[in-house]
Design a protein around this ligand. Structure first.
Ligand code: SAM
Length: 453
């Protein structure tokens, strides 16, 4: 490749300066409070404009390139493998023992005080925190010649102040981190030499990790989420997951995705079932906006307490929770069935089973609406055109990382819109797909089918 097309340290630094200048200018202009490394920093930026969001992702790409180039190929690989897993393990452990609340947000604590709060040996606490400090999670402070103390940085303070962020770390790192680390072994055992990824739920990385019973005998992660823990602690992972889902919506400002997913009738009574609707965070957005909508949220048992706690009194006559597994026949007849980020968790066969379980109650004209993350244009690999717009790599990684997680946990997949259409067709020819659309700058795909007898 010609030398001139390759970035240099200096050209990358210039690009970074240009993009950082744009972001800074926007922050000034919009009077957005500035984030910093201090514990009292705002915990996040507000919703950036779509253009500024892209500028930020380009900035992240250039920063990543500069980091690699500054280290050189071999050392960049060494530095990555050396610290990637310890970084993840440190964050997961700090989160699991709630180090966040062991240090006052606007004060400091000694190592002994932290150790007493988290019930771990002082030496373990010291070593974990020494690593955390290198990740800008907590900082060490020393008053004069006194012993070192620990205080928050903005990152650890954000965790201390948000149960949603804690739940996100727990769900992503604790529930799926270990299965992802045995992805290679699961692929070697179950998919190597075959034309495609195993489609069996007992041949996932998750199943491999749990097969020995060391971590409990759970067939899939939903069983783990529902049942892990004894006594009052049973279901703690599911409660975390519910909070994680709610927080994702808040973090990425996703209210519009569900509002724009369907031509919801502004007037007239319409009944909706939100399958796998978690604690009703989408149902409540819909019910608030459309005063005649009646919604039944269906999900697994351990989700219900979070739903009950979140349901505002004035919506209680129109929004309800019903424990139901979508692997059983659907008990509720409705006008619209919503499945948001449900089917990506399952191989094709389970997806068609979930759709077929609706059939006994479907009346002609009933709608089934899928909302799935498609990350970009939602094209098949072979449909991608060489001169189409390239998404920043940092943005693509949102999708590719989720996709690998789905592979490890469920032998599942982020699929393009066309694939969702064929899953309807495989489930039953009477599902007529009437709409496929990318919304939210192409990140989510909507697929709408009508039941035709
Ligand atoms: C990725 S989350 C999506 C939640 C929600 N629809 C959203 O978009 O935020 C998947 C949901 O499916 C639920 N789920 C998993 N297995 C289920 C089953 N067999 N029956 C009903 N719900 C299930 C989980 O509890 C979880 O709430």
């Amino acid at each position: 490749m010609a030398e001139s097309t390759q970035p240099t340290l200096t050209s990358l630094a210039a690009r970074i300066s240009e993009l950082a200048g744009k972001l800074d200018g926007y922050i000034e202009e919009q009077k957005i409070p500035k984030v910093s490394f201090d514990a009292d920093s705002p915990t996040k930026y507000p919703n950036l404009s779509p253009e500024m969001f892209m500028v930020r992702q380009q900035l992240l790409d250039s920063l990543n390139d500069l980091e690699i180039l500054a280290q050189g190929p071999s050392e960049s690989v060494f530095n990555y493998v050396h610290s990637a897993v310890p970084n993840a393990a440190a964050l997961n452990t700090l989160n699991s023992f709630n180090f966040w609340s062991a240090v006052p947000v606007n004060g400091s604590a000694s190592y002994e005080e932290v150790a007493a709060k988290v019930s771990l040996p002082r030496d373990v606490v010291y070593r974990l925190l020494q690593h955390a400090v290198t990740m800008r999670l907590f900082a060490e402070t020393r008053a004069g010649a006194g012993p070192a103390r620990i205080q928050h940085t903005s990152r650890s303070a954000a965790l201390a102040q948000s149960t949603g962020l804690q739940a996100l770390v727990s769900s992503i790192l604790d529930d799926s981190g270990a299965p992802l680390m045995v992805l290679n072994e699961a692929l070697r055992r179950y998919s190597a030499g075959k034309p495609g990824l195993s489609q069996r739920m007992d041949e996932t990385s998750f199943a491999l990790l749990h097969a020995g019973g060391q971590f409990g005998q759970f067939r899939n992660s939903w069983e783990l989420l529902e049942n892990d823990g004894a006594g009052d602690r049973q279901g703690w992972r599911q409660r975390n997951f519910v909070e994680f889902m709610r927080y994702l919506k808040e973090l990425f400002h996703l209210e519009d995705v569900v509002l724009n997913s369907y031509q919801w009738p502004a007037e007239g009574k319409v009944t909706v079932v939100d399958l796998g609707g978690s604690a009703g965070h989408d149902a409540m957005v819909l019910a608030r906006k459309f005063p005649e909508i009646d919604i039944t949220v269906q999900d697994l048992k351990q989700v219900q307490p979070a739903f009950d706690a979140a349901l505002p009194q004035d919506l209680a006559d129109r929004v309800r929770f019903r424990e139901h597994s979508f692997f059983d026949q659907q008990p509720v007849q409705a006008d619209i069935y919503l499945l948001k980020m449900i089917l990506h968790d399952w191989p094709d066969e389970e997806c068609t089973t979930i759709l077929r379980n609706l059939i006994p109650v479907l009346k002609p004209g009933a709608k089934v609406v899928l909302i799935e993350y498609i990350g970009g244009a939602g094209e098949e690999e072979e449909e991608k055109s060489a001169d189409g717009p390239e998404l920043p790599r940092s943005l693509k990684q949102y999708g590719t990382a989720t996709d690998l997680r789905l592979m490890a946990m469920f032998n599942g997949k982020e699929r393009p819109i066309s694939k969702w259409k064929s899953i309807f067709e495989a489930a039953d020819q009477r599902f007529k797909v009437v709409k496929t659309e990318a919304v939210s700058s192409g990140f989510f795909g909507i697929v709408e089918a009508v039941w035709q007898e």
